[in-house]
Write a protein that binds this ligand. Structure first.
Ligand code: FAD
Length: 360
């Protein structure tokens, strides 16, 4: 194969619809499309589905989901995943959508940072407050080391085996990885700005045991500077401790878990009309200024918009009908009830029926 040929991106996979964002509203969109016999690929930059519910408040109870007087945020996501199961959506997690381009034939090329390329008949943007990005280690010169010796996520635990490792942060991710990597690291220092940790008590207790048995150390303080070797590889971190000492911690790997922040990112560059960093839509179809691209949930705006999960669910239902019309304009649309529709029950896997007897 020539060099040029190997550099060319792979031909995109044709799909019916793509949903960008696997928060509660994107997940319900799978269900609403599925009821109408339309399949979906769903993409999220996070490694798991759930959006804000899972990332920001998994253990908090939600009280305003219809017919669920109280429901944990993670429980809501688990229920939405369960409800969407019969429709076998393809999940592409841990991938930020970086490109969305309308093609001459009216289809949409959707491409992710990790190389997934899909060609969709319609796109639903359910991107919430934007794609969650890790907060970076704010030290001069860090860019050159990111992805090499400074990481914000563990792709393979083996990359940290036999290393002098510094883990920064005091939440669940920092503590979970401290405990998981400690036995195989050459040395491990956990650096956190204060003495209290926001992680599961059992994991904090296990970390303290590892400290007491001399297998790692914990430092209270902040990273102040990166030190590099002559060949520009990482030599270690300068640390200012909470009690005012300046220390040097030799390290060839740093894992920083400072949490995530949302970034509207590439969505702002895809040519759709925006108002106050939200996508303008109509309230009949929830279509953006680009026909065939719809926006639902926290990412959209229209007169009277309320950023509530239940508003997003309603938007997903009407968007599904609009997409059905967009993809199959010749088909007559009629409303069916899941209670009585054999075709919907067949799709849901709850009844035997002739799948070709109606529907889309
Ligand atoms: C503390 C807290 C409590 C709340 N309590 C309630 C409540 O009680 N009731 C209620 O109704 N609402 C509540 N909300 C609001 C509710 O969580 C949001 O309205 C809801 O999460 C919006 O869902 P969504 O699917 O539109 O977006 P999100 O949940 O924000 O999900 C969007 C997803 O899209 C992904 N994404 C964005 N851009 C890209 C991209 N370019 N590529 C790939 N993926 C991308 C993101 O990573 C994210 O996972 C609360 C919010 C917070 C923070």
């Amino acid at each position: 194969m020539s060099e040029n040929a190997s550099a060319a991106p792979a031909a995109p996979t044709p799909v019916e619809t793509v949903i960008i964002g696997a928060g509660p509203v994107g997940l319900f969109q799978i269900f609403e499309l599925g009821l109408l016999g339309i399949s979906a690929h769903i993409i999220d930059s996070l490694p798991q589905a759930g959006g804000q519910c899972t990332e920001l408040y998994p253990d908090k109870p939600i009280y305003d989901i219809p017919a669920l007087p109280i429901c944990g945020a993670q429980e809501l996501i688990d229920r939405l995943l369960e409800q969407a199961k019969p429709f076998h959506a393809t999940f592409h997690l841990g991938q930020e959508v970086t490109e969305l381009q309308r093609q001459e034939d009216g289809k949409f090329l959707v491409a992710t940072a990790t190389g997934t390329r899909l060609l969709a008949g319609a796109v639903v943007i359910a991107a919430g407050v934007g794609s969650f990005q890790p907060r970076r280690l704010a030290l001069p010169g860090v860019e050159a080391l990111e992805g090499k010796s400074v990481h914000y996520r563990v792709k393979s635990a083996a990359d940290f085996h036999g290393r002098d490792l510094v883990i920064c942060g005091g939440g669940d991710s920092a503590l979970d990885w401290t405990v998981a990597l400690c036995e195989n690291a050459r040395s491990l220092t956990l650096l956190h700005r204060r003495a209290e940790f926001r992680a599961a008590p059992a994991t904090v207790a296990r970390m303290r045991e590892l400290v007491n048995s001399g297998k790692m150390r914990v430092l209270e303080g902040n990273a102040a500077a990166l030190r590099k070797n002559a060949d520009e590889t990482l030599a270690g971190l300068d640390v200012r401790t909470a009690d005012g000492r300046d220390l040097h911690v030799p390290a060839d790997r740093v894992l920083a878990f400072y949490g995530l922040h949302p970034k509207l990112g590439p969505i702002a560059e895809w040519g759709m009309e925006l108002e106050k960093r939200a996508l303008k839509v109509d309230t009949e179809k929830f279509q953006t200024s680009v026909p065939g691209i719809f926006a639902i949930g926290d990412i959209n705006t229209y007169p009277g918009k309320k950023k509530l999960i239940l508003s997003g669910f309603h938007e997903a239902a009407l968007t599904a009908f609009a997409i059905q019309h967009h993809l199959f304009p010749e088909k007559r649309q009629f409303l069916q009830y899941t209670t009585t529709s054999p075709i919907m029950q067949k799709r849901l896997g709850v009844a035997e029926a002739d799948a070709h007897s109606g529907g889309t």
